[in-house]
Design a protein. Structure first.
Length: 71
């Protein structure tokens, strides 16, 4: 499973990620009440792959530093 960050933000200022599973894409907003968002944080903390908006794979350290900035 891979997660990719989007460069765009929603009108309310929320950022988005794209979850890629077997050629399917699921868009997830950074909203604490969103169960997919909560699972994203668990997955990344457990070592799932996270890429930036340019599709560069982030190291575990970079991904965890990014997680620390999220609500």
């Amino acid at each position: 499973m891979t997660y990719q960050l989007f460069q765009e933000t929603l009108l309310n200022g929320s950022s988005m990620i794209n979850k890629v599973i077997k050629n399917s894409n699921i868009i997830i907003t950074f909203a604490p009440d969103n169960t997919d968002y909560r699972q994203f944080k668990i997955d990344i903390a457990s070592g799932a792959q996270l890429t930036d908006a340019n599709n560069n794979v982030m190291t575990s350290e970079q991904a965890n530093t990014f997680l620390a900035t999220l609500p």
